[in-house]
Design a protein around this ligand. Structure first.
Ligand code: ZN
Length: 224
């Protein structure tokens, strides 16, 4: 892809082939994102889907299936997602302090499958976004703009008011905590994306196609 805008690669037919279980659609949209090198250079980026599942004891559990570390978006499979209990992730976000070592340990212990991969260090961020589908990339265009003097103003002008803008903090618990603080009183329904200065962009929606297509549209605007 040279010089052309990034386009949606969504195909209804391919999506229909990924409709057999709840994790299949995020597998499909993750692979679509993974096909764009300008979104996922150096293997960056992660995706998630929120689901309710029944335990063996008949209780309903709210889970975040989030990309596990060691998996590449372009080739991810259902077993590349880690099922983490949402209540634990949201409790972690509300802590005043937490070391990244403890964060990773508690996230792992909150998985419903001990054989699943280690959840992404950005799992709490995904859990804070109250939409079923959440996509996150380290888009070249978004990072290039925000790394340029005046970049914060430029990216706001380009992407507009349906995007939240978060100042730079090192990825890990500090970033999750900042996003928690800045968004706890927000009405998320007016947003479809979130820019992390010098880091990347999130898109989200209640269905997989729209979350994916918000990402493509926002990144296209940044590329232009
Ligand atoms: Zn990231």
């Amino acid at each position: 892809r040279k010089g052309a805008r990034m386009k949606s690669l969504w195909s209804d037919q391919e999506a229909a082939e990924h409709a057999n279980n709840p994790i299949a659609l995020p597998v499909y949209t993750s692979r679509l994102l993974g096909r764009e090198p300008a979104l996922v250079l150096h293997g960056g980026g992660n995706t998630s889907v929120m689901l309710s599942e029944q335990t063996l004891f008949g209780e309903s559990e709210h889970l975040l299936y989030v990309k596990g570390s060691g998996w590449d978006l372009a080739t991810i499979e259902a077993k590349g997602f880690a099922p983490v209990r949402m209540d634990t992730l949201l409790k972690l976000a509300a802590l005043e302090k937490l070391s990244d070592t403890d964060m990773v340990r508690v996230q792992k212990a909150a998985m419903t499958d001990p054989n699943a991969p280690t959840p992404s260090v950005e799992a709490i961020l995904h859990a804070l976004i109250p939409f079923t589908f959440v996509d996150h990339t380290h888009s070249d265009a978004v990072v290039a703009i925000t790394n340029t003097p005046g970049g914060e103003e430029t990216i706001k002008k380009v992407l507009g008011e349906r995007v939240l803008y978060i100042p730079y903090v090192m990825p890990g618990f500090a970033l999750a905590r900042l996003v928690y603080e800045l968004t706890r009183d927000r009405d998320w329904s007016q947003y479809e994306g979130m820019v992390l200065q010098h880091h990347g962009i999130f898109s989200f929606a209640h269905d997989g196609r729209h979350s994916y297509e918000h990402m493509i549209r926002l990144v296209s605007a940044a590329e232009d």
